[in-house]
Design a protein around this ligand. Structure first.
Ligand SMILES: CC(C)(COP(=O)(O)OP(=O)(O)OC[C@H]1O[C@@H](n2cnc3c(N)ncnc32)[C@H](O)[C@@H]1OP(=O)(O)O)[C@@H](O)C(=O)NCCC(=O)NCCS
Length: 186
């Protein structure tokens, strides 16, 4: 299944392109993660926990949109087409009994948050999943205090199914509950 690129305009006028990442994007994608993950308290992975470049390249090589893999990067066109400022993933279950469910994750660099891009990326991913022959549901999870993400997910049709107490421990020793959400795509 083809993942068509789209152009998006942020509320502040910046123009972006959202397109499927390929193995040749591995270094730019890694640079985005290394630079920004440490500034995102509600993302689980720390920059020093990232797989190395070769492993990330292999991961991109193994993506199979026909199976339901979607991994798109958001490119800031004003900053040069190679600069990734956000990403969104849909990963279907690995087993026959779970591949009707895709798990969603997304992140945007702090300076492009709050201008409508997260909503546009998520709506694009949902629309893509709706056209996929096998994906029936999208699952995701977020930290309890991630109010921006929770508001975005609720307003795009996701409902809360459960909470897991103290699922995350922040570097300062405080805990965050995990909120499990899902949405049908059919
Ligand atoms: C969460 C995230 C993806 C949202 O994307 P975004 O581009 O900032 O959000 P948008 O500007 O598209 O806003 C979408 C909705 O989110 C909510 N929202 C956005 N910023 C918010 C804020 N600071 N406080 C509360 N709600 C907020 C609003 O409901 C907004 O709806 P509106 O468009 O009607 O105003 C983005 O902020 C992000 O990447 N954060 C860091 C990483 C992260 O938390 N990822 C998700 C992990 S579960």
């Amino acid at each position: 299944m083809l993942v068509p690129p789209i152009e998006l305009e942020a509320r502040d006028g910046r123009r972006m392109r959202l397109r499927a990442l390929t193995p040749s994007d591995a270094a730019a994608w890694r640079a985005h993660a290394v630079e920004w993950l440490g500034h995102m308290p509600y993302i689980i992975m720390a920059p020093d926990e990232l797989p190395d470049l070769a492993a990330q390249k292999r991961m991109l090589e193994q993506l199979d949109p026909a199976r339901g893999d979607l991994l798109c990067g958001l490119f800031d066109l004003s900053a040069g087409a190679e600069q990734i400022v956000g990403d969104i993933w849909l990963t279907p279950g690995a087993r026959r009994k779970t591949r009707h469910v895709a798990t969603l994750a997304m992140s945007l660099r702090p300076d492009v948050q709050g201008v409508g891009l997260g909503r546009a990326m998520l709506e694009h991913a949902i629309a893509w999943a709706q056209q996929h022959p096998e994906i029936e549901r999208i699952h995701l999870s977020a930290m309890r205090d991630n109010h921006a993400a929770l508001a975005l997910y609720r307003s795009t049709g996701f409902t809360e199914e459960a909470h897991r107490a103290q699922a995350y421990r922040q570097p300062d020793g405080s805990y965050q509950d995990e909120v499990l959400m899902s949405r049908e795509v059919r």
